[in-house]
Design a protein around this ligand. Structure first.
Ligand code: IMP
Length: 197
């Protein structure tokens, strides 16, 4: 891990902060779904948690272990940033394995930046007639938003203009396995005009 940590200039959310927040989030989601008596749909099927690969991988793994009710999981893979950092068009690279018609669906996303990725996915999912559809990003960057989007749950809100890595978030496929969220030192940042520590 030394090779990765030496590139980090600043930790934005520590492993402990993340752990605590996800426990809270898990309680909040459990209370909401169980209070509504809707931890399963009309046909008795559990909530379907849909993780958006690859960024939501670590968050999803942690979050589902804090949910105190039965769930099912599925995944989609979407590419929005062609080469890893420059915003481009949204493409679904891997679709769901199951139908979401009539199901209660909770989308687990890594980061809402401009909002285009999630907006595109939400629109595509709504066309498949789920019973309910909610979204839960780990990180929201509201100042970057270009499209309107409502999020039922949010892990953290980032008010600074930072490009973050770690806890599933990458730059050029690197740093996903750091246990915290941080900002790269400028000398480790590819020269793309993104903010560093
Ligand atoms: P959006 O369509 O602009 O909202 O882009 C969202 C996607 O961009 C996220 O799912 C991330 O994969 C990626 N992204 C946005 N900001 C960051 C960041 O700070 N670090 C790593 N990936 C990011």
């Amino acid at each position: 891990m030394k090779d990765l940590t030496k590139a980090i200039g600043r930790i934005v959310f520590s492993a402990e902060e993340i752990e605590n927040r996800i426990k809270q989030l898990g309680r909040e989601i459990t209370n909401d779904y169980c209070r509504r008596g809707a931890a399963q749909d009309a046909k008795g099927r559990p909530i379907l948690m849909v993780g958006i690969l690859k960024g939501a991988l670590v968050f999803m793994a942690d979050l589902i272990r804090e949910l105190d009710f039965p769930i099912e999981c599925d995944f989609i893979a979407a590419a929005s940033y062609g080469d890893g950092i420059v915003p481009g068009e949204v493409r679904i690279l891997k679709d769901l394995n199951c139908s979401i018609a009539g199901r209660d669906v909770l989308i687990v996303e890594d980061i809402v930046d401009t909002g285009h990725t999630l907006k595109h996915i939400v629109k595509a999912f709504l066309a498949r007639s789920p019973a309910t559809l909610r979204v839960c990003p780990f990180l929201d960057k509201p100042y970057r938003r270009e499209v309107e989007l409502s999020t039922a749950y949010v892990g953290f809100v980032l008010l600074e203009n930072l490009f973050v890595v770690g806890y599933g978030f990458d730059i050029g496929e690197k740093y996903r396995n750091l246990p915290y969220v941080g900002v790269l030192k400028s000398e480790y940042m590819p020269d793309q005009g993104l903010s560093t520590a």
